[in-house]
Design a protein around this ligand. Structure first.
Ligand code: NAD
Length: 212
């Protein structure tokens, strides 16, 4: 499958398609037209066709898309057909909430261990995931073939820990600290900032009020 040159905007829309198709599949819907998908998802049918054309189409003229096939194919593009083992770094409020969010497991993501600087947490578990001291992190990543490090530590600690992570075989960092991380090209970083989303919401409230 040719994937070079696909915009991040298209990639960014795939998880939403995946979610809707998963729901349709669970509801027993076997086929769906781009018009029908467009109506449910509130995006234009031409946007859907354009997005899917990046991956060679998937559809059959006049016949619609096979829901299960499309779901599986988008899952493969997103790499969700592979198991991704993860570690948590920073077992505080946010970190514990993430590990407890067990749904992640269903999509091939699984926390294998958690690490923290606070000795009071050692030996404890979050949803069966043990918490270890930081000096065991590098060895754990290597021995357990960990792909993804989830960073839920304060900003300064995140920079320091990222430096250590760049010397391990980790493939990606899911970053929740409010800092832009510098990593070599072989490491993928996805940062999540809930406040950015809230600020966008705040902007839209203001814009709506100004318009009305
Ligand atoms: P918290 O204080 O409850 O947890 C932080 C944990 O990190 C603690 O357990 C602490 O012991 C540990 N820690 C501190 N320094 C460390 C180090 N050098 N090595 C290993 N562990 C270390 O805080 P929280 O509410 O869970 O928030 C964690 C981070 O996530 C903060 O930086 C916060 O700003 C950020 N945050 C981001 C978002 C977002 O949307 N991205 C949302 C909430 C919080």
């Amino acid at each position: 499958m040719e994937e070079r040159g696909i915009s991040q905007a298209v990639i960014g829309r795939l998880p939403r398609y995946y979610r809707y198709l998963g729901d349709l599949k669970n509801e027993g819907v076997e086929r769906i037209s781009s018009q029908e998908l467009s109506r449910i998802m509130n995006v234009t049918a031409s946007q859907i066709r354009q997005d899917f054309n990046n991956f060679g189409g998937f559809g059959q003229q006049g016949y619609g898309y096979n829901t299960s096939y499309l779901y599986e194919e988008i899952g493969k593009i997103l790499g969700l057909d592979q198991q991704h083992d993860m570690i948590l770094i920073g077992a505080g409020n946010l970190g514990q909430a993430l590990v407890n969010y067990m749904n992640l497991k269903n999509r091939g993501f699984s926390f294998k261990g958690a690490f923290d600087i606070s000795p009071s947490l050692y030996g404890k578990k979050i949803a069966n995931v043990p918490i270890y001291p930081m000096d065991q992190m590098t060895g754990f990543i290597v021995e357990n073939h960990i792909d993804i490090a989830v960073l839920t530590v304060p900003k300064a600690a995140a920079i320091e820990i990222t430096q250590i992570l760049t010397e391990t075989p980790i493939k990606a960092i899911w970053n929740f600290a409010h800092v832009d991380l510098k990593v070599p090209d072989r490491i993928q970083v996805e940062s999540v900032h809930l406040q950015d989303s809230l600020m966008k919401l705040s902007y839209n409230i203001r814009r709506h009020e100004n318009e009305s």
